[in-house]
Ligand binder design. Structure first.
Ligand code: SF4
Length: 375
C-alpha cells in the first residue's frame, strides 16, 4: 500500500537499527508520547530492534486513558437521562465507571450512539429538535478543531439542543509535569506527530531549552519511530537538546493557523485533572465564555460530581512512564480487554491493551525491570 509499505520496509528498518547501534554509547530513556506510537512499537517489535542501552517508556498520549473517572461518571449520568441522545467515539463506551459503562446505560434503555465525528452529533441534533444531543468531546489538540467547529456551527445555526461534554487535554503541560517530577527518568521525547500537525512545535522549544531534553516530532509507522529514536539518541550523544521534526511530510513548525484560531475562539485553557496523574495546571480546554451555553456539564448540572480512581489500577504510573503494564498485578488476570479495570486496558491506544495484544509475555528487556515505583 503506497505511503504505508515504504514506512514498514524491513531492510530500511534494519539499516536504521544498525545506525542506531553504531551511535549509542550510553544508557538513554526516551518516552513516546502517543498511544498510537506505543501500539506501533509493540505491533512491529520496534523496541526489539533498539540497542540494549535505549529504553522506551510509554507516555500519557491516550485521550481515553487520561479522561478522569469523574468525567466518565458525568457522561454516564447525562446519558441515562430521558430525552438525551448521548454520542461518543466507540472507545469510550467500554470505559468503566464506578459501577457501569456507557454500554450498560444503553442496554438499560439509554440512547447512546457511536459517531465518527462531532458533526454527526450536530446533524442528529438538527434532525431531532425535541431531544437533547450531547457529544463526548474527548481528545488532545488533534481533535479540538473538529469539536470547536461543531460548537461554532451549532451557535451560528442556533441549534439549542446540542452540547458537548468537554474532556480536552494538552500535551506540553503534561510533558512539563513529567519533566518536573522528582521521579522523572525521561531524557528525550518522541512528540506526537498528529498533535503537531495542528499546533506546530514552537510550544516545545522552551521545554527543550528549560529541561535540556531533545524532542523529536515523530510519526506513527515503524520507520518513523526508528528514525525518531535515532534523531533523539543522536542529540543526546552529541549533548544537544533541540526540537527536531522527523514527521516533515505532515508537520510544519507553525502548525495549522486556521485550526488554532478556531480552537482559541471556542475554547479557553484551564487546569485539568488527568486520570491517575492528578491536576496539571493549564493542561486542558473548556468552552470559552462566549460558548458556555453549549457546555453539557452546566446544562445538566453535573459540574460538581467527583469520583476517586480505583486503587488497584496503576495506570497513572504507566501514563507517566514510571511503570509498564507488566508491573500491574491485575494485568491479564483480573484486568483484560473484555473486563477492563482501567482505561489503559480499554482504549485502542492504551498501553495495557497494547501489551495484552502484542506482549503478554514479559521480555527480558522490558522497561518494567527498571521501574522506579516506590523509589
Ligand atoms: S492492567 Fe488494568 S488495572 Fe492494571 S494498570 Fe492496566 S488498566 Fe489498570
Amino acid at each position: 500500500m503506497r505511503f504505508v509499505d515504504e514506512y514498514r520496509d524491513p531492510d530500511a528498518a534494519a539499516r536504521y537499527a544498525q545506525a542506531l547501534h553504531r551511535i549509542t554509547t550510553r544508557r538513554w530513556t526516551l518516552m513516546e508520547i502517543c498511544g498510537g506510537q506505543t501500539h506501533a512499537i509493540m505491533k512491529f517489535g520496534v523496541d526489539e530492534l533498539l540497542p540494549p542501552q535505549v529504553t522506551l517508556v510509554h507516555g500519557p498520549g491516550c485521550p481515553v486513558c487520561v479522561t478522569p473517572l469523574e468525567l466518565v461518571e458525568k457522561a454516564l449520568e447525562i446519558a441515562a437521562r430521558p430525552g438525551v441522545v448521548f454520542c461518543s467515539f466507540g472507545d469510550m463506551l467500554r470505559v468503566p465507571g464506578r459501577e457501569r459503562d456507557l454500554r450498560s446505560v444503553k442496554a438499560a434503555g439509554g440512547d447512546v450512539r457511536i459517531v465518527y465525528s462531532p458533526l454527526d452529533a450536530l446533524l442528529l441534533a438538527r434532525k431531532h429538535p425535541d431531544r437533547e444531543v450531547v457529544f463526548f468531546a474527548v481528545g488532545f489538540e488533534t481533535t479540538a478543531p473538529a469539536n470547536a467547529m461543531a460548537v461554532h456551527q451549532a451557535a451560528r445555526a442556533g441549534v439549542a439542543n446540542f452540547s458537548i461534554l468537554v474532556s480536552h487535554v494538552l500535551v506540553p503541560p503534561a510533558m512539563e509535569a513529567i519533566l518536573s517530577s522528582p521521579a522523572n527518568r525521561v531524557q528525550g521525547f518522541l512528540a506526537a506527530g498528529h498533535v503537531c500537525t495542528v499546533m506546530g512545535y514552537t510550544e516545545y522549544e522552551p521545554l527543550a531549552r528549560k529541561h535540556r531534553v531533545p524532542i523529536v516530532v515523530t510519526g506513527f509507522e515503524p520507520l518513523d519511530i526508528l528514525q525518531g529514536v535515532f534523531m533523539c539518541v543522536r542529540q543526546l550523544e552529541e549533548g544537544r537538546a533541540e526540537v527536531e521534526n522527523q514527521y516533515a511530510r505532515a508537520v510544519r513548525r507553525e502548525g495549522n493557523a486556521a485550526a488554532q484560531r478556531l480552537v482559541a475562539e471556542v475554547f479557553r485553557v484551564v487546569p485539568r485533572k488527568w486520570r491517575g496523574v492528578g491536576d496539571i495546571p493549564q493542561s486542558g480546554l473548556a468552552l470559552s465564555e462566549r460558548y458556555r451555553d453549549f457546555d453539557a456539564e452546566l446544562r445538566f448540572g453535573v459540574a460538581d460530581l467527583v469520583a476517586d480512581e480505583p486503587a488497584e489500577c496503576i495506570s497513572g504510573l504507566i501514563l507517566q512512564g514510571l511503570e509498564t503494564p507488566h508491573g500491574c498485578g491485575a494485568f491479564g488476570t483480573r484486568c483484560t480487554p473484555e473486563r477492563p479495570l482501567g482505561a489503559t486496558m480499554v482504549s485502542n491506544e492504551g498501553a495495557c491493551a497494547a501489551y495484552y495484544r502484542y506482549r503478554r509475555v514479559r521480555l527480558e528487556r522490558d522497561p518494567a525491570g527498571s521501574s522506579v515505583r516506590g523509589a
